[in-house]
Design a protein around this ligand. Structure first.
Ligand code: FES
Length: 161
């Protein structure tokens, strides 16, 4: 008997799920179309932008520490990475032998997580804003710079914050 009820319930469940999937797909299509329109020619969401590698950071007091060894994407000057930690995610670039920049990875436009790095600039996946490794806006739609944190380097350990 319970089997009978189960069989009746199942089509309703799966059609509801199917409806949700379709609705979500339609919504994202509409959202993407709206974004493409809103951005015009200058700020469409980028495609084929190289993605940053991820490095884990460890929270120590009020700072985040990152060990940088020879295999790290931050081993060479010009390298950049996303540093993930329980205190947040940072965009980190090596700008000199012992100099680094550390920025928030949250875009100042609509708070997407920035994950792209192209031609020495960070690129937001949502609407294509570009920022220098110092956080300055190169291309909008974002107009405000990315927040910068202190970054110091010693004994192969980068300390953020
Ligand atoms: S959220 Fe729009 S460009 Fe980053």
């Amino acid at each position: 008997m319970s089997k009978h009820i189960h069989l009746e319930a199942r089509p309703a469940d799966s059609s509801r799920r199917a409806f949700c999937v379709q609705a979500c797909q339609a919504a994202s299509c509409v959202a993407l179309a709206a974004l493409a329109d809103a951005c015009g020619g200058g700020g469409t969401g980028p495609s084929n932008v190289p993605q940053l590698s991820t490095v884990n950071g460890t929270v120590s007091g009020s700072t985040v520490q990152v060990q940088i060894d020879s295999a790290s994407p931050l081993a060479a000057v010009g390298g950049a990475a996303l540093v993930r930690s329980s205190a947040g995610v940072f965009l980190v670039a090596r700008t000199g032998d012992a100099s680094f920049t550390a920025l928030t990875s949250t875009c100042t436009h609509e708070e997407c997580a920035i994950t792209g790095f192209d031609g020495g600039d960070y690129v937001c996946p949502c609407h294509g804003s570009r920022f220098t490794t110092s956080g300055r806006v190169v291309n909008g739609p974002a107009s405000a710079p990315l927040r910068m944190f202190n970054a110091s380097f010693s004994n192969n350990v980068l300390t953020i914050g």
